[in-house]
Design a protein around this ligand. Structure first.
Ligand SMILES: *Cc1c(COP(=O)(O)O)cnc(C)c1O
Length: 393
């Protein structure tokens, strides 16, 4: 055999040995071979289970998808290469056989708002924006607009509002509307929307699930009615997460419950400490007994888990004052994203809400002195000491 032939044939395509690896290997193959072409024909025709082409399925992804399905009590899952792609395909699946109208929470993640306005609207999908915490407004919008789907986040960014997801699920089920929930901030540790009657759950696995700041990825977990639709769209469009990222995400999820419990506990401590500081005007945290959505929080979330995000307003600070405070932080990481093992901070007026005019920001309750904190797994004494020295200036 010549070297050019060896280079593409030697070593590869070995049958697995009889032992089972304790963790799922990274399968990078783009296609698969069978003993005879008859079998491949049956796999292509989906009469026989098996892998054929990496845009259709991949064994590493399948392991992660099984894990995600179990975490969210779904009927099936799809791992995608970003959280935004998960939202795009979830909306397409929800609207495929339904009226092309979305009722969406007006406090959605910035890129999700842009996706509805600049990708879906030009294709004829209209959006009605509602305050998702106002149950009567949601009911009225569903009755009047007859949307194909309702899109909401479990916990909003950065003001951490919590809508009545269970009640909205009932309204949706009664009217044949699909409920799509972005559960990134709450995670399946706090609530599993499919158990409450939602139809499709999406995640940015970039955040808590992968959890280490080294993966960009998303997930769609569906009820039995939407699994096939999502899979069929995915086979055509190919939004799949790469096998390396699937492996990293699976590895991350193994410690996700431990990390998340610790992060929630740390966030609670830090939010309570922030509330005692004279330099701070206001703290947003779901465990606050005066939270406007306390009833929903009490009903939907476990007693000790209130999420690991907190936001606060720096008394009397303008944009320059906030920047100076953030630049004085030495331990807390000044970066976009959230849910990582390290504590991170971000200025919403500069990032997620950058495209809004000051007036629109004011209306959305995002003031120029508002800072968002994603709490990590460090010892809180170190994080508090860092924030304290930055507050002192
Ligand atoms: C980050 C995020 C997204 C987008 O996910 P990517 O992985 O960045 O594409 C969507 N929704 C929420 C709530 C997020 O925090």
């Amino acid at each position: 055999m010549k070297i050019q032939t060896k280079a593409v044939h030697a070593g590869d395509r070995k049958r697995h040995c009889i032992a089972i690896p304790v963790t799922t290997p990274i399968y990078t193959a783009s296609s698969y071979i069978y003993d005879d072409i008859e079998q491949l024909d049956r796999v292509f025709g989906r009469e026989m289970e098996g892998d054929s082409y990496a845009r259709y399925e991949n064994p590493t992804n399948r392991a992660l998808e099984e894990l995600l399905t179990a975490l969210e009590s779904g009927a099936g899952a799809l791992a995608t290469s970003s959280g935004m792609l998960a939202i795009q395909y979830a909306l397409q699946a929800a609207l495929l056989d339904r009226r092309k109208h979305v009722v969406a929470a007006n406090a959605l993640y910035g890129a999700t708002i842009r996706m509805l306005m600049s990708m879906f609207e030009p294709l004829g999908v209209e959006t009605t924006w509602v305050d998702i915490c106002d149950e009567q407004a949601v009911e009225k919008a569903i009755r009047e607009r007859k949307p194909g789907c309702v899109l909401m986040e479990t916990i909003s960014n950065p003001l951490l509002r919590v809508g009545p997801m269970d009640h909205i699920a009932s309204l949706c089920n009664e009217s044949g509307t699909a409920l799509v929930v972005d559960n990134t901030f709450a995670t399946p540790m706090m609530v599993r929307p499919l158990e409450l009657g939602a139809n499709i759950v999406v995640h940015s696995v970039t955040k808590y699930l992968a959890g280490h700041g080294d993966v960009l990825g998303g997930a769609i977990i569906s009820d039995p009615g939407h699994v096939e639709t999502v899979r069929t769209l995915s086979r055509t469009g190919g939004p799949l997460l790469g096998p390396f990222e699937s492996y990293l995400t699976m590895r991350g999820i193994k410690t996700f419950p431990l990390r998340f419990e610790r992060q929630c506990r740390n966030a609670c401590e830090i939010a309570q400490w922030l509330a005692t500081r004279p330099e701070i005007e206001r703290v947003y945290f779901p465990a606050d007994p005066n939270h406007p959505d306390a009833a929903n929080i009490h009903r939907l979330f476990p007693e000790k888990l209130h999420g690991a995000m907190t936001s606060f307003e720096l008394k009397g600070a303008d944009r320059a004052g906030v920047f100076a405070f953030m630049d004085r932080l030495k331990l807390v990481v000044r970066a976009t994203s959230l849910g990582d093992v390290h504590t991170m901070t971000l200025y919403p007026a500069m990032s997620s809400h950058r495209d809004l005019s000051p007036k629109q920001r004011e209306r959305a309750g995002i003031r120029d002195n508002l800072i968002r904190l994603s709490v990590g797994i460090e010892d809180t004494a170190d994080v508090i000491a860092d924030i304290e020295q930055a507050l002192r200036g």
